[in-house]
Design a protein around this ligand. Structure first.
Ligand code: ADP
Ligand code: MG
Length: 489
């Protein structure tokens, strides 16, 4: 296939592939390729002796040479092998007096083979380069895609808000978390000035912080309020970082923020409850101090009453003093650390005891207690006196809410999830829904002579018993109070 006939000689390329294969694939592949032109030569016949001798010599030289040149680049190997081939051809041609007959044909032949080798090498090298380039490109594409996926994964699945703004403070990128935390779609915010969404009081501080960051080129932290789409203000804790472009100048600012509204709220609640605890202790201390002089005064007023027979004023004084005593004793029970003796108790007994205590008050107010209890006894682990105090407070409130008399239903049962449920249903004045959350707050009372401490004490005790207390109420119809306490094991 590689041959051209000229002046009775066949000019052919057959050795070009042999050289290329030797150079690129080594001696085994080279020898197999080399055997093809040999067979072709033998097939043509004629005076093949010098050709076969030359062929054998070339093959031996190539194989031996390969041992020395296997480490250099294929292009150099091609050049060396081509040189060896040309040299052997000329030497053999001279020995067998072939070149002398028609030197131009032999020269053309060698030129032809060498050109063939050069073109083939050029094609192979170009292909190899292209192949490598292609591989490198696909590898790079894969890497870029991988890192892009990683960044997307982080940006799209974090609750932190990632925001990129430019030097003019316009939003350039925002993470999808903005929709979840602040309610905005991406398209609603891109290109918008940051300051339009920030609380007016914080704008100045943020501008100063950003300017400071641009001057120092160091990241800065700040807290500010961002407007939710529904108009609420969300408190954010943020860190901003400058991002430099290729020319080392500031291109963008990255702001990473976190919603701290809940944290702020719970910090406030904690502060409030700490304050309350201190107030409670203080109140108990004051109450204790008041009680002693009060006892003395009471004694003297009673004495005064006896000696002067002046019922009108002394009764008034004594009545008011009783009220002070009541308040101080409730305050005391609030602040005093009480020794708790937890005992296994049948809750029915406790309730019955409490109802016995309150029955005179019930009769006086024309109120009937109706107790319904499950057949099987219900045991809880509790501090008897404290729990009695809870029932007393709750039933007293119910009595006080029912000016016209009526019935108070008390129900005792076990719940499916291992709790004892005690409900108190009265037919009193009820509590407006908006006031329900305030029940249990210290000093919250709607009564002229109330202390506003009863329910607070109940909450405290029920909490100590790992239970809960809930209220449902309809104004002018009545209130349902449900207390649940874990059953004894
Ligand atoms: P006090 O009884 O001294 O007012 P409490 O803490 O016991 O204080 O109760 C707080 C307030 O809750 C009461 O003033 C009353 O307005 C309301 N309240 C409690 N229980 C009931 C009830 N069963 N029916 C109607 N209002 C109630
Ligand atoms: Mg009360």
């Amino acid at each position: 296939m590689f041959s051209i006939q000229q002046l009775g000689y066949s000019l052919n390329l057959k050795f070009a592939p042999v050289i290329i294969v030797f150079a690129y694939l080594g001696p085994v592949a080279g020898l197999i390729t080399g055997s093809i032109p040999l067979l072709a030569r033998l097939y043509i016949g004629g005076n093949w002796y010098p050709d076969v001798l030359g062929w054998t010599f070339v093959m031996i030289c190539f194989t031996v040479m390969h041992l020395y040149i296997s480490r250099i680049t294929p292009i150099k190997r091609v050049l060396i092998l081509s040189g060896i081939y040309v040299s052997i051809y000329i030497i053999f041609g001279s020995i067998f007096h072939k070149i002398k007959d028609n030197p131009s044909v032999h020269f053309e032949y060698l030129l032809f083979v060498v050109l063939g080798v050069i073109i083939a090498t050029f094609l192979i090298e170009s292909y190899v380069k292209l192949y490598r380039l292609n591989n490198k490109l696909s590898y790079m594409y894969k890497k870029v895609e991988e890192s892009e996926t990683n960044y997307r994964l982080i940006a799209e699945n974090t609750l932190d808000l990632i925001l990129v703004i430019d030097k003019e403070n316009s939003i350039r990128y925002l993470s999808p978390s903005h929709q979840f935390v602040l309610g905005y779609e991406e398209s609603e915010l891109v290109g918008i000035g940051l300051s339009t969404l920030i609380h007016l009081d914080d704008v100045c501080m943020i501008k100063n912080t950003l300017n400071e960051m641009l001057e120092n080129k160091k990241s800065q932290s700040f807290e500010f309020r961002f407007q939710h789409k529904n108009g609420d203000w969300i408190e954010l804790e943020s860190r901003c970082m400058p991002v430099k472009g290729e020319d080392q100048s500031m291109k963008h600012i990255v702001i990473i923020s976190r919603d701290i509204t809940e944290r702020k709220k719970s910090e406030e609640i904690l502060l409030q409850s700490e304050k309350l605890a201190i107030v409670g202790e203080l109140a108990a201390g004051v109450a204790h101090e008041i009680r002693n002089p009060l006892t003395t005064i009471k004694g003297f007023v009673q004495l005064y009453k006896k000696e002067h027979n002046s019922d009108e004023y002394s009764d008034l004084i004594l009545g008011e003093m009783e009220r002070i005593e009541m308040i101080t004793s409730e305050l005391l029970s609030l602040g005093k650390p009480q020794a708790i003796h937890l005992k296994r108790m049948n809750i029915r007994e406790l309730i019955e005891n409490t109802l016995d205590l309150l029955s005179p008050q019930g009769i006086m107010n024309d109120i009937q207690f109706i107790l319904s209890v499950e057949e099987s006894p219900i045991f809880i682990t509790c501090e008897k006196n404290q729990l009695k105090q809870v029932f007393l407070n709750v039933i007293k409130n119910a009595i006080e809410a029912m000016n016209n008399g009526g019935k108070i239903h008390i129900n005792l049962r076990k719940s499916a999830d291992g709790k004892c449920i005690i409900t108190f249903q009265d037919q009193g004045c009820g509590i407006p829904e908006e006031l329900l959350p305030r029940l249990g707050e210290p000093f919250y009372t709607l009564k002229e002579k109330g202390t506003g401490l009863g329910l607070m004490i109940c909450h405290k005790i029920i909490k100590q018993h790992k239970g809960s207390i809930t209220y449902q109420s309809i104004v002018n119809e009545g209130t349902l109070i449900e207390i649940s306490i874990p059953l004894a094991i």
